[in-house]
Unconditional design. Structure first.
Length: 180
């Protein structure tokens, strides 16, 4: 039995004679949005994520970079009142939007009720996921969610706590939900 070697040549596809060269993306874009109540006009790289723009350009480092794939929730912010994984969203997409980060939710002197509940119920351990957890929990207050702890846990399933403070997180959320 003889073996034969087959060799194939790679052939580069040829473009039609009337093809136009691809348009080049702009090197920068202007974005005007409101962040934590401040209207800002920024010139950003069109590939810059909302997360990187908040952290690197605006210095709002409370929003954390976790997985950078939208799987952990550490980067959760509010955009027009809804929770968004800022690592999955380009800053250029938010022209005209209102963005709220953990820094804009409350202050040390005047905590948002959810921030106060996390402190009261020890809803954090290492604290890395806490800003994203609080932002998701605050948004949850205006979303449909059943009354049980399991309902809250399901609604918060996009936010991971590697330390396992889930019971305390749910207790914090439930305490705020029952107050108002």
């Amino acid at each position: 039995m003889s073996s034969q070697a087959f060799v194939s040549e790679a052939v580069a596809p040829t473009a039609p004679a009337n093809a136009q060269p691809p348009a080049t993306a702009p090197k920068v874009v202007e974005v005007v949005f409101t962040v934590n109540g401040n209207r800002l006009a920024l010139v950003v790289d069109p590939r810059a994520t909302l997360l990187d723009t908040l952290r690197e350009t605006l210095g709002l480092t409370g929003t954390k970079k976790g997985c950078d794939h939208g799987q952990c929730g550490a980067c959760t912010v509010h955009v027009n009142g809804r929770r968004v994984n800022s690592c999955l969203s380009f800053a250029a997409m938010h022209d005209g939007d209102e963005v709220t980060t953990i820094e804009g939710l409350g202050t040390p002197e005047n905590l948002h009720p959810m921030q106060a509940a996390f402190v009261e119920h020890d809803g954090y351990q290492c604290g890395y996921c806490t800003p994203g957890q609080i932002m998701s929990a605050a948004a949850l207050l205006s979303e449909p969610c059943g009354p049980s702890n399991a309902d809250v846990a399901e609604s918060m399933s996009g936010n991971i706590c590697r330390c396992g403070a889930y019971q305390n997180i749910v207790a914090a959320i439930q305490s705020v939900r029952t107050q108002g």
